[in-house]
Ligand binder design. Sequence first.
Ligand code: K7E
Ligand code: CA
Length: 614
Amino acid sequence: MSDKKTNKLNRRTFLKIAGAAGLVTGAGVMMPKDILSARPEKGGNGKLNFEVAPGQLDDYYGFWSGGHSGEVRIVGVPSMREIHRIPVFNTDVGSGWGITNESKKLLRGKAAGDTHHVHGSYVDGTYDGKWLFVNDKLNNRVARIRIDYMETDAIVDVPNIQGAHGLFPQRYPKTEWVVVNSEFQTPVPNDESNAKNFNNPQEYYGMHTIIDAERMAVVCQVMVDENCDLAATDYKGKYSMCTSYNSEKGVTISEMLAADFDYLIVYNWERIKKALAAGKYKTINGAKVLDGRKGHSDLTLRIPVPKNPHGVNISPDGRYAVCCGKVSPTVTVVELSRLDDAFAGKIKPEDCIVAQPYIGLGPLHTTFDGRGNAITSVFIDSTNVKWNIDKAIQAEKEGEEAKKKNPHIVDVLDIHYQVGHIMATMAETKEADGQWLVSLNKISKDRYINVGPLKPENDQLSDITGEKLRHVHDSPTYIEPHDCIMVRRDIIEPKVKHRVEMFDHPLAVTKSGVERKGKDVTIKMTANAPLFGLQEVKLKKGDKVTLIVTNHDEIVDLSNGVAISNYNINFVIGPYQTKSVTFTADKPGVFWIYCTNFCHALHLEMRMRLIVEV
Ligand code: K7E
Ligand code: CA
């Protein structure tokens, strides 16, 4: 299907669903055809070159979520080369994630996931290069990745929620808390003890969960009537927030679209801490649940925003929250300095809104260039819209006539096609540098050679140094990143180690050997290309075997793979790293253990026998 047809179809379906529920464009709002004709001419005046010559390194570490692949990826920016994959909630036979004991201990039987939002840990409003955090929408978990090894090192299960979606770390003074939202409302608790409410959506609730970043444990949950979609934290350590598109407590699309307004819900951290200290919570499934429902508490503030809003992003100067309308063609700009007065009851929640400019059909997410401009992704129009925050606020002050001229629009860039998140370099920090923009487009259609029904997504790179957005590069991606951050290389690179500390692993092997206690057998083995520390191991059928292998090769980049033929075991160990597996020797015979990761001229000879005797 041509892109025109698809876009039309998408627009029609959207209008049908959204329009049936009563509102797409409000009065005084510019219609899409007007804004298209008002569009500045194409072509940017940026000067950046995306090409990175052989042997040269990228300027930014891009951390991409992998959607329902369950992983996180490292992409070099601006080359857009995929450099590495970090398995998180998935099974990855390349590394052995989901196969080794170390990874199974974290996964606890759930090696499938859905990662949407990956963010770094902060000190004083910018990345400290210590950790990444990522959500699992499928099984309601949050994982932490240690940046020095680029490995998942902790996973916390979040009780009482479904659709763990928006995630954001505390930005100031440093990341002690990480918030995660539940996009789906459910009964609380959601088990047989509460069966009376299974068919009563009025008793379904959302949760804004706070996680301790160091301990990776739930601090508390703030229960609200609404669903909790995207998340943000401010630059002062005072507030976190979520968008909600289902304030109706609907369970069907039309019910979720019934109201003209939903909310940006703001959470007051000082009051949350006080309520915790005062014991004002119920413990449900091990979590301290605070009541943030409308009319029940002063922990939350609801700012009405039209309609089924999606992304919320904070401007790098810390002044504004920008909330995307999704079904409304507008974004809502909230001035964060007004929140104190709103919480104190001195002004109304809606008085925190300082602008509501027209953007386009289906605004989803906003990013920033650090020079006073915001760039918003517009899903239905398939555009990235650059707009000036001050001009939007000014026009709002001047009134409807000024607003109608859309003085805030700086540039509109067509993208291919259907964009979700967009992100500019360092844009979620106070050091937003306005160099590159990535548009994570959901549909690539004809942009690549045909690979069958499952096409890649298309990540488009734009140079944003000029007045206009200049699209410079397309890059296909495998299923299915939602969001990314791009972090300056000088923040990350000095933190990343070439090899692990050998004795970080309590079972690191220095001497190969086999220990037997009845049917329990422990094989301890070194690997040092092209030799395993043992030539053969003899087992009896039915033995319960733990194989622990430490790579003693000190050469950077020299990994060994350990695979056991016909035993479905396969993992890789980097220099000085230790991994282990446990299995039952249930098949008699001779099984070659071999190195999978090319390591040496005699790599093919790097193998040994596992003899399982009857
Ligand atoms: Cu818009 Cu999960 Cu951030 Cu997808 S979410 S795009
Ligand atoms: Ca709604």
